[in-house]
Ligand binder design. Structure first.
Ligand SMILES: Cc1ncc(COP(=O)(O)O)c(C=O)c1O
Length: 400
């Protein structure tokens, strides 16, 4: 007979690093050490009465993997513990996380105030698609509290932002914006993709909802697409209700990959931050580079605020080269190791030209407002030796 007393970990009063490794795990009777992947679409019941009780919500338990799966639930519980949330809902992508949040919590006639400096597709989702369903959005300057104040209407229900922003690393004051949102009976949702809970916990600063593209640092090795929303049970029940009906579901395999990613998240983020800062400082000394955007640099306008609300400055560095798009493309094309890809948060360093990729769908006017110049390059600093990363970028600079 197996002694079950030591099979489940006791995580009472555990720290974030410990939740990242063990949070949400419920070992089965097989006493497996690593989390299993439950590749099953449905579950069987003991009796017709039990099936009825499960479907009716009178008895907890698995029903169907569109909305109940143990591997996905483990990922949700682990992420919720790391963000300090009551509940998390895993989704098929980061965009599905934003869609499920808005569709679950808002309705036609509601208004959103959204930072202009959000991921390009997020901008399109709010500006084009939510508008079709009667949800209007006003885009504002991320760092101007007055702009947020001025944009509020009686029907405003949600503030939405990314901090640090992509790709310029602008930093919003989460506490201040949460206060403003709450004064106006609105919720504050923060896309925490760039920091992850290892560096920033927006709920602890007053935000109501945290959103992730798990595709980025939570995975950390560029393998799977996924997302997650976390917050109070009251709001998450609505997000989950939408997911159950709409099927914006994370697959169990992807949930398992993200679980493995979370186990190394805190040490990976430290390494990403260290190398990114070293790269940013080095870029500042390079010829043909006119500006470097990194919250870790004293020259960055968000530096002090980032020090206050983040445990590190993140792994993304953006910089502007003299000579516009031609020079930027020449630099990118003359690197030999860095991956030319728009993804970020990977162990492999990636390099991209935001104006023609991630932000390519924005009008020239919107690009100018968001600070996406034609000479801007974004590097997501990976886990290779930093000297090799610098040498590769130097090859690109010399080719200009
Ligand atoms: C900050 C941010 N939020 C959301 C997304 C969307 O996530 P996904 O690609 O997983 O749908 C991305 C990038 O893709 C992103 O960079």
């Amino acid at each position: 007979m197996t002694d079950r007393s030591r099979i489940q970990s006791d995580l009472t009063d555990a720290q974030l690093e410990t939740y990242a490794v063990r949070g949400g795990q419920h070992r089965t009777a097989e006493a497996e050490h690593s989390e299993p992947i439950f590749t099953t679409s449905s579950y069987v019941f003991n009796s017709a009465a039990q099936a009825a009780a499960r479907f009716g919500g009178d008895e907890p338990g698995n029903i169907y993997s569109r909305f109940t799966n143990p591997t996905v639930a483990t990922f949700e519980q682990r992420l919720a513990a790391m963000e300090g949330a009551e509940m998390a809902v895993a989704t098929s992508s980061g965009m599905a996380a934003i869609l499920s949040t808005v569709a679950g919590l808002l309705q036609s006639g509601d208004h959103v105030v959204c930072s202009r400096a959000v991921f390009g597709t997020t901008n399109v989702l709010f500006d084009k698609y939510f508008k079709k369903f009667g949800i209007q959005t006003t885009f504002v300057e991320l760092t101007s509290i007055d702009a947020w104040k001025d944009a509020v209407r009686p029907e405003t229900k949600l503030f939405f932002l990314e901090t640090p922003s992509n790709p310029l690393g602008e930093v919003a004051d989460i506490e201040q914006l949460a206060e403003l949102a709450h004064q106006n009976d609105a919720l504050l949702a923060v896309d925490n993709c760039f920091c992850t809970p290892a560096l920033q916990q927006p709920l602890k600063l007053g935000a109501d909802i945290v959103i992730h593209s798990a595709t980025k640092y939570l995975d950390g090795q560029g393998r799977c697409v996924g997302g997650v929303v976390a917050g109070r049970k009251q709001e998450m029940d609505e997000v989950y209700g939408f997911l159950r009906s709409a099927g914006t579901t994370m697959s169990p395999f992807n949930a398992w990959v993200f679980l493995k990613g979370l186990e190394t998240l805190t040490i990976r983020m430290k390494a990403h931050c260290e190398s990114a800062l070293e790269l940013a400082q080095w870029l500042e000394t390079q010829p043909k580079i006119s500006k470097v955007h990194d919250g870790g640099l004293k020259s960055h306008p968000g530096h002090e605020l980032a020090r206050k609300q983040q445990k590190g400055f993140g792994g993304v560095v953006s910089f502007e080269v003299e000579g516009g798009q031609d020079a930027a493309w020449t630099l990118i094309d003359n690197t030999r190791m860095l991956s030319i890809t728009a993804n970020l948060g990977d162990a492999k360093t990636t390099i991209t030209h935001p104006a023609t990729t991630t932000h390519g769908r924005l009008s020239d006017q919107d690009k100018a407002k968001a600070g996406i110049t034609s000479g801007l390059i974004r590097v997501s600093v990976g886990l290779e030796n930093i000297d090799d990363i610098k040498a590769d970028i130097e090859r690109g600079i010399q080719a200009i």
